[in-house]
Design a protein around this ligand. Sequence first.
Ligand code: NAG
Length: 295
Amino acid sequence: MEETSLLWLLFLTSLLSGTTNTAALTVSPSSSQMFEDKSVSLSCEEDGSSAGWTLRRNTTRRKMSQCGAGWGRPAGSSCIIGLMVPWDSGVYWCESREGATSNSINITVTGGPVILQSPVLPVTEGEDLTLHCKTKTSSNLPAGFYKDGFFIRNEPAGHMTIHHVSRSDEGLYKCYISRVGESPSSWVSVTEKPKTTCPPPSPPPLIPASTTALPPYTTSDPPPSSDILHLVFRVVVHLVVFCLYCISTFIMVSLYRDRATGNDLSVSAVTAPPSQAEEGLDDDIITTVTTEHHF
Ligand SMILES: *[C@@H]1O[C@H](CO)[C@@H](O)[C@H](O)[C@H]1NC(C)=O
């Protein structure tokens, strides 16, 4: 019964890949630097729901502290920080009850006069990267841009675009506006382009693992904002997968039994043996079925 255990393995794999979802942390407004006194909203999104995810942060003052525990206001799927202050600077991430973590986002809050707006999430190789240098009141003053402490170039309109980024564009960026001041520095990361033939590499896990395993589940949007419906939906999907495997296992077992009895018959009924062609055809069908199940 090797086939049956293989089927069980397949079934368990699909079940597991359907349940190990990852959350994605998003921030609005989407900027890794912001002026103090601004408000931000951070959301843990897992397939359109945020059930069971907690937003945490590390700052220079406190590590691993949770939204609502002295900072931020939990609001449905989000955490809202009404007035950012410089010591809200730090790394933010979502954590599930089981300890799974999302991508993390670095946020720098400045009391200074200039910010550099850089992407919050990693940029993929080959994409364009645009950096904006802003003051509180203006976003199109001439600005100088720096990477890893070295001057790159001046841009008359305050923003710089690097076309088709490569891994070497990864680094610590800042900008400077003449007679106003300098922004803090922010790290911009560039990730490898995912191969089209293989599933995307694990970091960053923005696309839930279930996308590849259970197409019907992800192509139809899960019911938004209703966690119970979402759960029921997932259970149904798993039941359907389970039934499919049970049915195929049953078919396989009965095919094997048929073949076994068929052989017995051909041995005992020597006077009227089934034609060789017929027997061969039966075998072919069985092999086709088994190979299909191996996939
Ligand atoms: C937050 O701080 C803790 C304790 O120092 C550390 O173990 C953890 O890796 C930090 N998390 C992030 C995402 O930086």
